[in-house]
Design a protein. Sequence first.
Length: 172
Amino acid sequence: MPALDTRQLTPSDAEAFSSLRRKVTEDNPVPMGLSLAEELTRPLQGFRDQLGAPAPSAAFGVFLDGELRGCAAVAWTSRFPSSMHKVVLWGTFVDPKCRGQGLARTVVGVVLNHAREHDVRRVNLTVFLPNVAAVGLYQSLGFKPCGVEPEAVCLDGKFYDGQHMSLLLSNR
């Protein structure tokens, strides 16, 4: 049985994070919301910056035998007190070779616990459709659909909608 480890990612994980994103995007660009050509233009420093975002924003990775195989992150989109009750879940993806093993559920669970520890009331996200597995995962965790953005992304001349989903973590 492979050794499983989940931890917060840091800027030093940017290369592994970028490599995994490329694998996932090459397998199917729709869930990532951008083409492989677009993904390949993203500089490593941009990933370092994302992974080094000021706390409490954080990205987490799940590692199998020391290799990054899945990710999920949470970001506070505003520093104003009026919006500090909510976060955006982003960057949830798993190596295509490792899907169906519960890695996404594991890493999203870590992210949701991180949000709870920071008194988050609501977690929001967007899934580019079709993505039956992601929608099913989020619904099983209690996320509810809360709107659809028509034609959220256009890949190779085809438009894909964005399903917005939201989870109430706390009644505070």
